[in-house]
Design a protein around this ligand. Structure first.
Ligand code: URP
Ligand code: ZN
Length: 452
């Protein structure tokens, strides 16, 4: 398959320019003015922009929880990703207690095989034993050099500071990077339990049991431990404006600290927890939504480069699953969707409201996640790169709804939001897969193996 894209206005971190692009056999073969190769398909991109395919560094497809798996399988979640212009995702490998992480990795690789976008994984050690260090080395050797640990969820996957130190030391030595969910789990568990004992059982107590201090105190510990162990650090889903000062301080000291935020922390706030259970439970995710003043600080952090990436933490649950916590907010499965809406939300409200430039939009949603996590050939438009491209219509208007989204979830936290700017065409691996909101063909995604 070959495609000639004429009159493309390309946006890349280095700037914007107008050119033609010739794609064949899954790769970008030529970029230049007045290209005239014979191609199977010709696209006139006049009036549109061309971006590298989106890279979402943080998704959870079919995540097992006590309330059942998160709504999207790898197939449905990746289809949703494609419709939104995301062509690569990073999901997670979480072993069962006592299971080898290498065995869990191979199980997860098999589960992900129906994916329609390219995929790889962050590996989650959930404890430490005599084999953990050698297993970390083996995961890096097999092409998985990023590891995620949870400082929250102490009853299930969360780890303590001693294990955090050991994981960071081993990963740093092996040439990898540690991704951390920063929330002080013990303090959160104490607050949650005391609210429930007092009969405070509604979703309103979800944010109150996870105050901003539980995030930034965890961030301070993660930064200090990463510094001691010489381990690169990536902090996921930063929600609080106060957290930014600690990240900035570490970055200014020359420490390798990357930070991610998510569309929901930029666009929604804690008023969503005020009201009846059925209206508020869908917004239960961790960390929780915060104040509009926090969102303003996060937008600032995107433009001043404190943040490198925007991920979605895509992990939606149906209303029936959320209802597991009707009489106890602690039992509501945590998570929301967003993999399909990430680009259109950030373009509409980030670029549209002049918080960020279009070049910065491309960095945050594609180029930087690809660079930080070593997804070779992704996140760039240059000769030799993978032909994962999106043709973007800056004028296309949409209204987000669970009725029209491609996720299997029956609710969408962005329901009713109006966006301007959306995907016109998605080229994946050199093939046109989405055109005018229609799936043109199903091409299996590839497992991406990464160097350390
Ligand atoms: O609420 C969230 N974030 N759910 C997904 C799992 C996680 O904590 O990343
Ligand atoms: Zn997550």
């Amino acid at each position: 398959m070959s495609i000639l894209i004429k009159n493309a206005r390309i946006f890349m971190p280095g700037g914007a320019f107008r050119t033609d692009i010739f794609v064949s056999d899954g790769k970008i073969k030529e970029i230049g003015k007045n290209l005239s190769q014979k191609a199977n398909a010709n696209i006139d991109a006049t009036g549109f922009y061309v971006f590298p395919g989106g890279v979402d560094p943080h998704v959870h497809m079919q995540l097992p929880t006590p309330a059942g798996p998160s709504s999207d399988t790898f197939e449905s979640g990746s289809l949703a990703a494609l419709f939104g212009g995301t062509t690569s995702i990073i999901d997670f490998v979480t072993p069962r207690k006592g299971q080898s992480i290498v065995e869990a990795l191979h199980q997860r690789i098999a589960e992900a095989s129906p994916s329609l976008v390219d995929y790889t994984f962050h590996i989650s050690p959930i404890g430490w034993n005599d084999n953990t260090e050698s297993e970390i080395i083996e995961c890096v050797r097999q092409g998985f050099p990023s590891f995620k640990v949870y400082m929250a969820y102490k009853q299930s996957v969360g780890i303590d500071e001693e294990v955090l130190f050991k994981v960071m030391k081993a990963v740093g030595k092996a040439g990898g990077i540690v991704v951390v969910h920063c929330e002080i789990g013990d303090e959160i568990d104490r607050l949650r339990d005391s609210f429930v004992i007092e009969g405070k059982i509604s979703p309103l107590y979800h944010p109150l049991s996870r105050p901003a201090s539980t995030e930034y105190e965890a961030i301070k510990i993660a930064i200090a431990t990463a510094e001691k162990t010489h381990c690169p650090l990536y902090i996921v889903h930063v929600s609080s404006g106060e957290s930014l000062q600690y990240i900035r301080h570490a970055q200014a000291n020359g420490q390798t600290v990357y930070a991610e935020t998510c569309p929901h922390y930029l666009l929604l706030n804690d008023q969503k927890y005020v009201g009846e259970f059925d209206q508020t439970a869908p917004y239960v995710m961790s960390p929780p939504l915060r104040k509009p003043t926090d969102s303003a600080k996060l937008w600032q952090g995107l433009s001043d480069r404190t943040f490198q990436t925007i991920g979605t933490d895509h992990c939606p649950f149906s209303l029936a699953q959320k209802a597991a916590g009707r009489n106890d907010f602690r039992l509501i499965p945590n998570g929301i969707g967003g993999v399909e809406q990430r680009l259109e939300l950030i373009y509409s409200f980030g670029v549209g409201n002049k918080h960020i430039t279009i070049e910065r939009f491309v960095e945050l949603t594609s180029a930087e996640p690809a660079r930080i996590f070593n997804l070779l050939g992704k996140g760039r438009i240059e000769v030799g790169a993978d032909a994962d491209l999106i043709i973007w219509n800056p004028e296309k208007e949409k209204i987000i709804s669970a009725k029209t989204h491609h996720s299997l979830c029956d609710n969408n936290v962005y329901e009713g939001m109006k966006t301007k700017g959306a995907v016109q065409t998605v080229i994946k691996n050199g093939e046109i897969v989405i055109e005018n909101d229609r799936l043109m063909q199903r091409i299996p995604g590839k497992l991406l193996l990464r160097k350390r």
